[in-house]
Design a protein around this ligand. Sequence first.
Ligand SMILES: [Zn+2]
Length: 290
Amino acid sequence: MFLQNTLKSSTSLSGIGLHSGKSVKINFLPATTDTGICFIRADLKHRPCVKLEANKVKSTQLATTLDFENYKISTVEHCLAALYAMGIDNLYIEVFGEEMPILDGSSKIFVKIFNKAGVLEQNKIKPYICVQKTFVEKLGNSYAKVEPYNGLRISCDIDFPHPKILKQSLDLEIDRHSFDKEISGARTFGFIDQVEQLKKQGLVLGGSLDNAVVLTSTDILNKEGLRFPDEFVRHKILDAIGDLAILGQPLLAHITLYKPGHALMNQLLKSLLALPTFYDIKERASALDT
Ligand SMILES: [Zn+2]
């Protein structure tokens, strides 16, 4: 039997937004059972709140941006990946701005502060979205295969025509420990020629070598090098988990990904939710039950 979780105590952090370059403060507050993950724009007088829910998956922008009626919170995926992998179901997240801080470009600092606050098991069964039928989602030359599985397993392949990336492959059973050790430290990455263009459009204003792996056409600019030889595929898995977290409930599935991105992941979520025969909402069988 798997129970719902929240944090044992409140915690907070601050940092700059990747796109805005502005400093923002975040408070994470424990919440009662069945609250879900709720983002609050705490800088606004009426404090608009949005709860992650499967039926609110609307646009491909949702992977990184949560839409309120007239407001948004962007770059939520690295925080959500950490919450998802740590099994935290109920939490209020007060955001004093419109973008989550990028921190070091990974989920490592989120995992650290959530571990420090402690995870509290609550007295209610955790509902899972349990995949019932295998299906395949394609977008351009990328694809995702989703199969029934009692857990979350992600197998990911990427293939970038860059000498420091090329083909990378990783197959991982996702839980709190594997995420902490193998995935949480993998940083986001970008190409220097695109960075200059994006800055001209008012994007990635907070981007730097402190919060991303930056690539030239042949090399890596970061003096410290990579945290893992295959850091790129690991970050792709981190982003995929963050995208799955948008469902608002944990997923039981084996997902095989080839060259994934936010648009493919959101297409996957929409296809899954469009056909009620593809999934059930139920509690997860423990190893003893199977
Ligand atoms: Zn990312």
